[in-house]
Design a protein around this ligand. Structure first.
Ligand code: ADP
Ligand code: ZN
Length: 211
């Protein structure tokens, strides 16, 4: 099964993606994670990506598409399928993907815009395993419940950058909902609940597809 996870920043894509890939045994391809790895290693792609990501803008389509194409060509994606998290994010990216891959389902995690600002600005992420937490649930703790790793705040999770990311989402990514609806691939899931509540819905829908 080849799956796309769609949703605004803060909709909970990363959290659901980890659960889906653990449950169904498929690689988790997050363009955000790939860019962050490049930035950390200060590769040429990382240096370019940083200049966009720090401002809350999208990395240009040509760079992003090239990274995804080469990731999808790896062996682990050619077995049980894969889960794309954070790609496509623009119509041209979706068109590129259409040209090279067959997608089975697009899961859209739907969350009220008013919730997103708080979720993103309060987000803390585990340095080791990538799990996300909300600061209000941590009671001052700075360690990951899953692996004991140290938590940090992403540089692009500050109010200014977050509001620009949400604007970019509305202008460039939200049109993908109509795009995939037209293709009959869209599956809507209500993302306002807890990660477990959201995952129950995701699982039901994916199990129904698998039958
Ligand atoms: P979030 O979904 O929380 O905004 P991600 O970790 O998916 O965060 O992405 C972080 C940043 O990386 C984005 O704000 C954007 O600048 C860049 N990025 C990730 N995926 C893409 C993509 N498909 N196209 C362009 N830029 C991307
Ligand atoms: Zn962890």
């Amino acid at each position: 099964m080849n799956i796309i996870l769609l949703g605004a920043p803060g909709a909970g894509k990363g959290t659901q993606a980890s659960r889906i890939t653990e449950t169904y045994g498929m690689p988790h391809i997050s363009t955000g994670d790939i860019f962050r790895a490049h930035m950390k290693a200060e590769t040429p792609v990382g240096i370019i990506a940083k200049s966009y990501i720090d401002k809350g803008q999208l990395v240009p389509d040509d760079i992003t598409c090239e990274i995804v194409e080469s990731r999808l060509a790896q062996d682990d994606c050619r077995k049980n399928g894969y889960m794309l998290d954070g790609f496509p994010r623009t119509i041209p990216q979706a068109e590129m993907l259409d040209g090279i891959e067959q997608i089975d389902a697009v899961i859209n995690i739907d969350v009220d815009m008013s919730l997103l600002m708080d979720r993103l600005c309060g987000r803390r992420v585990c340095k080791s395993c990538g799990e996300s937490y909300h600061v209000s649930r941590l009671n001052g703790s700075n360690t990951c419940e899953k692996c004991g790793g140290e938590l940090f705040q992403r540089k692009d999770d500050n109010p200014e950058t977050v509001s620009s990311r949400l604007q970019v989402y509305t202008a460039q990514t939200a049109p993908l909902i109509a795009y995939y609806t037209k293709k009959g691939l869209l599956i809507n899931v209500q993302g306002g609940g807890t990660p477990d509540e959201v995952f129950v819905q995701v699982r039901e829908k994916l199990d129904a597809l698998n039958k």
